[in-house]
Design a protein around this ligand. Structure first.
Ligand SMILES: *Cc1c(COP(=O)(O)O)cnc(C)c1O
Length: 345
């Protein structure tokens, strides 16, 4: 029985073509600025995002932490969406590294400029922590892969700029947002001061993220990366995978989205499944199990017995993620297995 692994789009394995590109990569010591492949990747991604410069980092978490470190001071307040990756999935790093606190606004991973303005705390107040940064996550992972409406991104970033507040776009899944909307990466990234993208999610690379923005900020990011232990040497070996993915794995993201849709459609209407199809906009399907139906751990265990791996995101919340190592037939099969796992009492 072949295993269908929908725990995350990070589980993809580098393809033979990607491995060959990695093996053939020209490399040098990147901390001397001498890795030509890393430089090419950084220039290419900066161009795609419409930013002056970009920096290659080992992970999306380090990209987020670098963004926080660059745009805040300890004790500052950062406005974020509910269920944000930066709050839930980074082991408390923001408190430990940048020393900031979060104010969570909105619902389902999204918020409005009005939400931002209502939560904003001015500098110079005798008791409030000053808000110096707002972060937006697009697509929103725990929100079910929803796309952050671009008009709202523009409005939030404009409101922030007026108040002197920095803007950071957690774009680990920005390639999916671009695929879902047909907008370019640059269009999606332009409102934000700093933006990150991940290579190790839908793009299928083994390692890597980039942060992009103004050249002055990226110059400072080089030091932060070193402080965080993320400065690398012959990292062209992994940057080559990124260049390969940009050539081969971007236009196919719509297939993952169609497969997620297929999987979700097979679950909607199944007794005990709570799923709003409107939230299935990219390659993530998050559904809830009703009271009386099996809980998430039970669904995960039952599906595993049938060779389908998914994740329990909360007591009654299950996440399935499609990616380039999952075929349409496998998505259909996974949907049937999950439906049966919930429906059986
Ligand atoms: C996966 C992810 C990250 C972090 O990526 P890692 O490479 O796993 O550290 C950050 N933000 C979002 C929205 C993600 O989905």
């Amino acid at each position: 029985m072949d295993r269908i692994d929908l725990r995350s789009d990070t589980v993809t394995l580098p393809s033979p073509g990607m491995r060959k590109a990695m093996a053939d990569a020209l490399v040098g010591d990147d901390q001397y600025g001498e890795d030509p492949t890393v430089r090419r990747l950084q220039e290419r991604v900066a161009g795609l995002l419409g930013k002056e410069a970009a920096l290659f980092l080992p992970s999306g978490t380090m990209a987020n932490q670098t963004g926080l470190k660059l745009l805040t001071r300890p004790g500052d307040d950062v406005i974020v969406s509910d269920e944000a990756h930066i709050v839930w999935h980074e082991s408390g790093a923001a408190a430990a590294n940048a020393g900031v606190q979060f104010t969570v606004v909105g619902h389902g991973g999204l918020f409005t400029a009005a939400d931002f303005q209502a939560a904003y705390k001015p500098p110079g107040h005798i008791i409030f922590p000053p808000t110096t940064l707002v972060t937006i996550e697009n697509t929103h992972n725990r929100g079910g892969g929803v796309v952050f409406p671009q008009a709202e991104v523009i409005a939030i970033c404009a409101a922030a700029r007026k108040l002197g507040v920095g803007t950071y776009l957690d774009g680990a899944r920005l390639f999916n947002a671009a695929a879902a909307t047909g907008q370019s990466l640059a269009e999606l990234a332009v409102p934000a001061d700093l933006v990150s993208v991940a290579l190790s999610k839908g793009l299928g690379c083994p390692v890597g993220s980039l942060i992009a923005g103004r050249k002055a900020d990226i110059d400072r990011a080089v030091r932060v990366r070193r402080m965080f232990g993320g400065a690398m040497r012959q990292s062209g070996i992994i940057a080559a995978a990124g260049l390969y993915a940009l050539d081969h794995n971007v236009s196919r993201l719509t297939e993952d989205h169609a497969n997620a849709r297929l999987l979700a459609e097979g679950l909607v209407g199944v007794r005990g499944v709570g799923l709003d199809l409107a939230t299935v906009q990219s390659n993530i399907v998050i559904f809830r199990t009703a009271d009386g139906a099996p809980d998430a751990a039970t669904v995960v265990a039952r599906a595993k017995e049938k060779g389908v791996l998914v994740g329990a995101f909360a007591a009654r919340t299950v996440r399935a993620v499609t990616h380039l190592d999952v075929t349409r037939d496998q998505a259909r099969r996974a949907s049937e297995v999950l439906a049966a796992a919930v429906a059986a009492r």
